[in-house]
Write a protein that binds this ligand. Sequence first.
Ligand SMILES: *Cc1c(COP(=O)(O)O)cnc(C)c1O
Length: 381
Amino acid sequence: MKFSTLCLHAGVTPDPSNGAIMTPIFQTSTYVQPELGKNLGYEYSRTDNPTRAALQESIATLEGGKFGLCFSSGMGAIDCLIATLSSGDHVLSGDDVYGGTFRIFKYVREKQGIASDFIDLTNLDLVEKSITPKTKWIWLETPTNPLLKLVDIAAIVKIAHAKGVKVAVDNTFATPYFQQPLALGADLVMHSVTKYFNGHSDVVMGSIVTSDEELYMKLKYIQNACGAVPGPMDCFLTLRGIKTLAVRMERHQANAAILAKDIEMGPHVNWVRYPGLKSHPQQALAMKQMSGFAGMISFELKGGLEAARKFVSGLHLFALAESLGGVESLCDHPAIMTHATIPRDLREKLGVTDGLIRLSVGLEDVDDLRQDLQNGFAKLK
Ligand SMILES: *Cc1c(COP(=O)(O)O)cnc(C)c1O
């Protein structure tokens, strides 16, 4: 079956007891067991819950993987992978990643003995040199947040696998509709389901998908042991959100492509990054590993923080808020908002400057969004 069909049908079947076409919200903590030592497949909802099971299968299928696990947040999903490691192990991560990813590795787990380095994964020589005998995983995000740099998944997999290192991809920005890391050789795909997967800004959730059964068994054990599981209501809402994933992603992309060109032609920016723009430094890689470019755009305003303040004050439809990937358009100032935990010198070295603006382009009529951006830029005149 094709992707759009799977969005509707993967993981879900009519309820056998009454035919309900939509997976019910199994709002229960426990399950009655017919006799000692026998159960009907479920014992306790931290371990397993039917609404969650349907969602996990749906997400796994859409990512082209065998096994899916959902967590109470994207960070909960990342932490589950970290919990498979032992003191002394090392993780090599991209340097342009979600601020919370940097925070959990550097400030939470490193003092417990899991070492991490953050490097430019577009420099393949550096990747090769930075793998140590202790390195267990390469963690990569592509497109990256917030600079929309691309990392060559297949090339990283080749280097990593030759040294016995596994590769995890945070696929939050592209979604499996536009990019399928497992098919490119990655061992694990992680999502902040909070973003495009659920897509309606009403749930915080994370997921992991893998086809490696041994790894899955470890992760599943930790999911139950550590307990960062999502509730059934959130799983239901996400199952509902996924039904429109394909059509939403098409519209996010169509709107973003138009806005990215508009911004690029205007006089107020130093540069615009959108993987679908010809000016993107890695257009060739974008065409190779993605089938589309989603709805995230970043650009640097001339005039730094002062210009950023004026620009956002002129916006009405683009709401000033963290997060991304929802149906409505959002505007983020990474240096002050989403990426404030990254030390200033490192942030600026990466290009997350005070003039940087990140847009999550929603599903509104594109004419209204164009007008809104023009109102923002008008404040800079
Ligand atoms: C939001 C985000 C996360 C963290 O996910 P939460 O659901 O907020 O815990 C991780 N990676 C990326 C790329 C994100 O955008």
